[in-house]
Ligand binder design. Structure first.
Ligand SMILES: Cc1ncc(COP(=O)(O)O)c(C=O)c1O
Length: 471
């Protein structure tokens, strides 16, 4: 085993470095159809093995060659990070150590490293010492966990009795930003409340309107409904705009309602002295979803959920598993993190964060974040100056929506995006804002420069001629 690791490990690391060094010589993606790619791999279960060199050659040719290259500075698509080098190395060690972070006895150092990393995040969020947090697979499960804690805090015993038999729980309502991530609405379905228990608070300028929230909470209570949580968003997936958290916190406090912040994308702004004003008020939340695999440049999956009063996080799940969870004599608290998570088998993802925070320091993360936000501002200035482009909003983060030749309509924007992405010159996304199809970029790569932004606009212009006539 060790000779395999040594020989192939060295080779792999060299190739990874070459891959990154030559990334700009590749197209960002290739235009193959799924069925075409599937044919490439359609072969019977290999009964006999073949030389590792051959297999790894196949990986580079058949897998890496036609992967989407999120490390490319022209990749401006979804919120997937080009991971930091030491996080990639730590990820390899995580796999090899294979600590299982459900219980302390299967991850003695892993458990305490995760607990320490969570203390750092809890501290950065401005939460009190009563707070607890845990790593989860990502923002979706962080939202579910935070809102399960909210449900149990408002309707104690709901886990055991079920929604139908817990007083008031059958009238529960979850209020969300109009532009919240779909995972937030899913939580209501998963909790057995039904997605009809979700009420979207009207927006003002693309952000939750605190006055409308106040009105909605008042009206729901008068109707005999029981609002148990408000989920604000920082920042929104579509536009990267931040809900006014301080004002939302005022309203939640007035109505005695749990405040959850879906900070999957934007909670990392807490690390930057110059940008943390965007999340002012997050320290007043009851729970926060925070994804280091987005704006802390970790490889997937590294999500986090933080709960102001750790007792509520511990009440979010219940389990009977005496084979697994057992307190150690004489200890005040159980170290078994699996009590707070949906998952039982859990990777030691905290090591990636621990290594990178130790090596680069939090200020380095702040600098990376500031670079990506500056890139969005720089792109906004370019779009504003160009007569053939129209920005849809001023950026508050590294996400920006816009249109090219807006007079050509929705179908054109979608077709333009398709053609541009197929060209391999870059990769962007699209969404619908207020019923209008727009182009959307998420500038995740701190290596993206003004020159790349100019190439984006030129590439889109060049792709117009590829669009079908009349679209
Ligand atoms: C605001 C927000 N919340 C939640 C999520 C879901 O996060 P994950 O994909 O890590 O589950 C996303 C992902 O795009 C997001 O933008």
């Amino acid at each position: 085993m060790t000779s395999e690791l040594r020989e192939h490990g060295h080779r792999l690391i060299d190739r990874l470095a070459e891959y990154i060094e030559s990334i700009e010589s590749r197209p960002v993606s290739t235009p193959h159809a799924p069925a075409e790619l599937a044919r490439r791999f359609a072969e019977p279960l290999p009964r006999q093995g073949r030389p590792a060199e051959e297999v790894w050659e196949d990986v580079w040719e058949k897998v890496v060659g036609d992967a989407i290259h999120v490390n490319h500075p022209m990749f401006m698509g979804h919120q997937v990070a080009p991971p930091l080098p030491h996080s990639v190395l730590a990820d390899a060690l995580v796999s090899l150590l294979n600590q299982s972070l459900a219980v302390w006895e299967m991850s003695p150092t892993g458990t305490v490293v995760e607990a320490q990393v969570m203390r750092w995040l809890v501290g950065a969020a401005g939460f009190p010492a009563t707070a607890e947090g845990t790593l989860v697979s990502g923002g979706s499960v962080a939202n579910l966990t935070g809102l399960l804690a909210a449900r149990e805090a408002r309707f104690p015993g709901c886990w055991v009795e079920g929604v139908a038999r817990t007083p008031d729980a059958e009238r529960a309502v979850l209020l969300v930003s109009g532009h919240s991530h779909y995972s937030v609405e899913r939580t209501a379905g998963l909790m057995g409340l039904g997605s009809e228990a979700v009420v979207a608070v009207p927006d003002r300028d693309g952000k939750m309107d605190p006055a409308a929230l106040d009105d909605a909470l008042g009206a729901l209570k008068r109707e005999g409904r029981v609002p148990f949580a408000v989920s604000a968003t920082a920042a929104s997936t579509a536009t990267g705009l931040f809900d006014p958290l301080d004002d939302v916190a005022d309203v939640c406090a007035r109505h005695g309602v749990w405040m959850h912040v879906d900070g999957a994308h934007g909670a990392s702004f807490l690390l930057s002295e110059s940008l943390k004003y965007r999340v002012r008020g997050i320290e007043r939340a009851d729970s926060i979803a925070w994804d280091p695999h987005k704006m802390m440049w970790m490889p997937m999956s590294t999500g986090a959920v933080l709960v102001r009063d750790g007792r509520h996080l511990n009440a979010a799940f219940r389990q009977k598993a005496p084979y697994l969870f057992h307190a150690r004599p004489g200890e005040e608290r159980s170290w078994d993190a699996g009590r707070m998570t949906l998952q039982c088998s859990r990777r030691f993802d905290a090591l990636k964060l621990w290594v990178t925070l130790q090596h680069y320091g939090a200020d380095h993360f702040a600098a990376l974040l500031e670079t990506t936000v500056r890139n969005a501002e720089s792109l906004h200035a370019r779009l504003t100056a160009a007569p053939d482009f129209e920005p849809m909003h001023a950026p508050e983060s590294n996400i920006l929506c816009f249109r090219h030749c807006p007079e050509l309509g929705d179908h054109f924007q979608a077709e333009l995006r398709r053609r541009y992405n197929e060209s391999g010159a870059g990769w962007i996304t699209t969404t619908v804002l207020d019923g209008v199809r727009v182009l959307r970029v998420t500038l995740m790569n701190p290596k993206t420069t003004d020159e790349h932004l100019d190439r984006l606009l030129d590439g889109l212009r060049a792709s117009v001629s590829l669009c079908e006539p009349g679209c």
